[in-house]
Design a protein around this ligand. Structure first.
Ligand code: FAD
Length: 283
């Protein structure tokens, strides 16, 4: 059982890990997919780098600094977080990690594909969370848009209730999975009061009762939905101690909104790390 599991190895996650490790607690950092930081060709406005530094170098240095302290860092995609009594189970494809607290530091990501009809039918056949909404699609015909492990995980979740599941990659590579996959580019999602049809660029159509969006990696919003964490728009709502409304779950960095800069992510990571330390020590 870990004291603290941190999802994300950007400035927020690594800063949190450093504070937790230096408080002598056992901490695990999981990361997967490109961070915001790695996309920055040069960071010129962060304290201490007279000639600037590339985002990629700063990212790698952060991980190395944490590892030098003895922090366990694994490159694994987190697919979900489940509450287990007062602790949590952090799910990856092949391994689950039990932990007393979780710090979500997954940065921000674009959730919505640019497909006509998605916004119009949100809550009327368009969903972003299989665990939350699968029940509404008992014995129905549903599709999942995405092509990564997260999409396959959502499809698996739906397979317990829906009668038919198709993964729509919207032109991207087919994922390895047991589900039916359609790689055509999607033109629009259509319906009257609810979603009834997906129309593809080649003119073909698919009758459908619901469409689940599961692009890229699972993100903060996906975890928030399943755990009942309060959000403000796409951001996770936190207090000044980086606590969410769910005891034992903290959030920091870009996912909490505000100033989307390295300095703020580092500060919030430190604060989240210290809050998690206090929580574990008080138990
Ligand atoms: C092009 C560009 C230029 C920028 N320039 C500057 C600049 O000059 N100065 C500045 O201060 N800021 C700059 N920024 C902003 C800065 O990069 C971010 O504010 C900062 O990186 C946010 O840190 P974070 O730790 O919150 O998120 P990120 O750096 O995005 O890190 C998120 C981490 O979460 C991981 N993750 C996400 N989902 C999962 C999952 N399901 N499972 C496991 N891991 C997951 C990712 O792998 C990553 O390790 C720039 C950003 C961009 C895109």
């Amino acid at each position: 059982m870990y004291d603290v599991t941190i999802i994300g190895a950007g400035p927020a996650g690594i800063s949190a890990a450093i504070y937790v490790k230096r408080a002598n607690l056992n901490v695990l950092v999981l990361y997967f997919g490109e961070s915001n930081l790695e996309q920055a060709s040069k960071i010129d406005n962060y304290y201490g780098f007279a000639d600037g530094i590339s985002g990629e170098d700063l990212f790698k240095n952060g991980i190395k600094q944490a590892q030098n302290l003895g922090v366990e860092v694994k490159e694994l995609e987190v697919l979900g977080i489940e509450p287990v009594g007062e602790t949590f189970n952090v799910k990856t494809e092949n391994e689950n990690f039990e932990t007393k607290t979780v710090i979500i530091a997954t940065g921000n990501r674009k959730l919505k594909p640019n497909i006509k009809g998605i916004e119009e039918f949100e809550g009327k056949g368009i969903s972003y969370c299989a665990i939350c909404d699968a029940f509404f699609y008992r014995n129905k015909n549903v599709a999942v848009i995405g092509n990564g492990k997260f999409a396959v995980n959502e499809a698996t979740e739906l397979s317990h209730v829906a009668s038919k599941i198709t993964i729509l990659t919207n032109g991207l590579k087919k994922p390895e999975c047991e589900f039916e996959v359609n790689t055509n580019i999607i033109n629009a999602i259509k319906g009257e009061n609810r979603v009834t049809e997906v129309e593809f660029e080649d003119g073909s159509k698919m009758q459908i009762d619901g469409v689940f969006i599961a692009l890229g990696e699972a993100g903060a919003s996906d975890f928030a939905k399943t755990l009942g964490i309060m959000q403000e728009g796409d951001n996770i709502k936190i207090n000044e101690k980086m606590e969410t409304n769910v005891p034992g779950i903290y959030a920091c960095g870009n996912i909490t909104g505000g100033l989307l800069q390295v300095c703020k992510a580092v500060y919030e990571g430190a604060e989240a790390g210290l809050s998690a330390v206090n929580y574990v020590r008080a138990k």
